[in-house]
Design a protein around this ligand. Structure first.
Ligand SMILES: [Zn+2]
Length: 278
């Protein structure tokens, strides 16, 4: 398939830049091949000013800003692991100060989404209480500000679903890198969310995830790379970038028994509906 009408609902430009990837020539090439747009995801409370600046030439890349669960600081229950990026324990005061900075940036830099936010009990950042404080504060802002959220859920399906059920937000959001939980799927669809599948959809053993794909109404479906992570088959293991999304489109289209071009058209319309963000 070509890049005509193709979108990528979740990628991290800043993380790709940090890995020395030539991101902007890649974006130029993609857009001149018909690529439609995407959402650039924030990771840290203070990254919006820089990201707004370097994404200025790309009006079809929407900006999201947030404090992810990793900003709860180093796990206070698990031993420090070598891969751990966040080596410091954070106190509540610091978390609250950072939330203030973030809220100001979301308004000032006109972020379209709040995300990615959520719970990560795999790495167990900080404590569960601190993760909930960060997550729920931003869920409330989303309702206040009329913004949608992008949800990160790792090994915390039930609690994530509970927070979504309780706090919405009003305009819903996107479940990022959906992992196949039926509780999360039902709750999220009920609350008006879109469901975004990442490159792990293409992994051979993920038959269940492909089965779940068939349960998502087409008008709520999105696809993403989560670049630079999670490259799809046949590029698994390489640093990911938004051009690799094509493999996920082809896998999803095959699973659904559709032409990839028809699927791209539907997902483009979904994306355009979400783009009406401010
Ligand atoms: Zn991500």
């Amino acid at each position: 398939m070509t890049y005509q009408n193709v979108i990528d609902s979740h990628f991290h430009t800043q993380s790709m830049l940090q890995r020395g990837m030539d991101v902007f020539s890649l974006y130029d090439k993609l857009f001149s091949s018909g690529f439609h747009g995407g959402i650039d995801i924030g990771c840290m409370h203070d990254d919006l000013p820089e990201r707004r600046e370097f994404l200025k030439p790309y009006p079809k890349i929407l900006l999201s800003g947030a404090m992810g669960p990793w900003e709860a600081g180093r796990s206070e229950t698990k031993p420090l692991e070598p891969e751990y990026e966040f080596a410091q324990i954070k106190d509540i005061d610091q978390i609250e100060r950072e939330l203030v900075v973030l809220k100001d940036n979301i308004i000032r830099y006109k972020a379209c989404f709040i995300g990615e936010i959520g719970l990560d009990y795999y790495w167990d950042y900080g404590t569960h209480e601190k993760q909930h404080l960060i997550f729920e504060t931003q869920m409330r802002w989303a309702s206040e500000m009329g913004l949608r959220v992008l949800i990160h859920d790792r090994d915390a399906d039930d609690e994530t679903a509970e927070v979504i059920r309780r706090l919405g937000p009003e305009r819903g959001g996107i479940i990022h890198c959906f992992d196949g939980s039926s509780t999360v799927l039902e709750t999220a669809l009920d609350k008006g969310y879109y469901i975004s599948f990442a490159g792990n959809l293409t992994y051979k053993r993920n038959t269940n995830l492909r089965e779940m794909l068939k349960k998502v109404p087409l008008e709520r479906l999105l696809l993403e790379t989560d670049s630079p992570y999670l490259a799809p088959v046949p590029l698994r293991g390489q640093p990911n970038n938004p051009s690799y999304i094509i493999h996920t489109y082809e896998c999803a289209a095959e699973t659904l028994g559709m032409a990839p071009e028809d699927l791209a058209m539907i997902i483009k319309e979904n994306f355009d509906r979400l783009s009406a963000c401010v």
